[in-house]
Write a protein that binds this ligand. Structure first.
Ligand SMILES: C[C@](O)(CO)[C@H](O)COP(=O)(O)OP(=O)(O)OC[C@H]1O[C@@H](n2ccc(N)nc2=O)[C@H](O)[C@@H]1O
Ligand SMILES: Nc1ncnc2c1ncn2[C@@H]1O[C@H](COP(=O)(O)OP(=O)(O)OP(=O)(O)O)[C@@H](O)[C@H]1O
Length: 287
């Protein structure tokens, strides 16, 4: 029996930093959105132990992989000798600001909660996710949400209207910690109107969503990698309605009316060695 699950990437439609916390993390306020782009995980029950194989991405295959760490946390809770073999098919660009590792960790927690019959309630799963990374709780929730604290305080928002997205990932990755450090040494940039973004989402007004795209970490990442500014400019020239760096970057997303328009913009984008992907926003159907 093989159980297959999708782990969806995220973008940040807004990202504000409200201050630095005593634990060294930053207090954020960010409107987060799941997107269709996903990794695929395959779980096959074993007699005992955890094994992980990775295909298609430059990520660790051993104990440093967030999937492996998530599986060990769940195995402790299973209270029994449990085993699982996991195959991770990587498709989300790595160290990209798209929360790929967090999405994989969240998918592993949810899947093993079912497969091993642990029946951990959602709030306990969220607390466990927080131990693995600030973006993991959002990846467990999915859809459209406002995140606060270090990312773990979540409020579900009405679903964002379906929008096309063009993702442009430069050939380099960035470390999230180094971006927050660069921000601390020079905190600047356009502060997002978080309330205006939430209103625009509620009114399903794509033009207004586009007008309110803002991320205070963008300038910090651009100060280390000025080519990101060029990507933004070229994406706009190729026809995106609005553009923003996602999370700590370096991926830039361009918003379009729908997936078809995203494909047309991706075709027109003058590629300078970046990975260019056309995708769209994703909102799970809630009962
Ligand atoms: C940039 C975002 O992706 C926006 O959603 C998140 O804030 C980062 O989430 P993440 O990659 O899951 O981050 P973590 O793995 O928890 O932390 C990586 C590093 O980023 C910094 N970090 C992260 C989150 C946060 N609220 N403040 C921070 O200062 C810390 O130096 C931390 O050591
Ligand atoms: N399953 C995984 N997928 C991707 N990266 C992983 C995974 N497990 C561990 N990592 C490590 O985590 C680091 C960050 O990778 P990830 O792709 O999650 O970054 P990111 O998209 O910038 O995340 P975020 O947007 O949450 O800051 C990588 O350098 C990688 O070595």
């Amino acid at each position: 029996m093989v159980i297959k699950v999708y782990a969806r990437a995220k973008i940040n439609l807004t990202l504000d930093v409200l201050g630095k916390r005593p634990d060294g993390y930053h207090q954020v306020e960010t409107v987060m959105q799941s997107i269709e782009l996903h990794d695929c995980l395959e779980f096959t029950p074993l007699e005992d132990g955890v094994s992980l194989t990775v295909a298609g991405g430059e990520v660790p295959s051993g104990a440093d992989n967030l999937v492996y760490r998530a599986a060990l946390l769940m195995r402790k809770l299973a209270g029994d000798k449990k085993g699982i073999s996991i195959k991770l098919n990587k498709n989300i660009p790595v160290a990209a600001g798209l929360g790929g590792g967090s999405a994989d960790a969240a998918a592993t927690l949810s899947a093993l909660n079912e497969i091993w019959g642990i029946h951990l309630p959602a709030r306990d799963l969220l607390s466990l996710g927080e131990k693995l990374g600030s973006d993991v709780p959002f990846c467990l929730l999915g859809g459209t949400a406002l995140a606060g604290g270090r990312g773990e305080l979540l409020e579900s928002l009405p679903p964002c209207p379906r929008m096309g997205l063009v993702l442009v990932k430069p050939s380099f990755g960035v470390s999230t910690a180094s971006v927050y450090r660069a921000y601390d040494s020079c905190p600047s940039g356009k502060r997002p109107g978080t309330v205006a973004m939430i209103k625009a989402i509620g009114e399903r007004d794509i033009d207004c969503i586009v007008q309110n795209l803002a991320n205070v970490l963008e300038i910090a990442t651009i100060s280390m990698h000025p080519e990101i500014a060029g990507i933004k400019k070229r994406l706009l020239e190729a026809g995106a309605l609005g553009v923003l760096m996602s999370g700590s970057g370096p991926t830039v997303f361009g918003v379009t009316a729908d997936l078809e328009a995203a494909r047309a913009v991706a075709d027109r984008y003058p590629n300078c060695g970046e990975r260019v992907l056309a995708t769209e926003t994703f909102n799970p159907e809630r009962s």
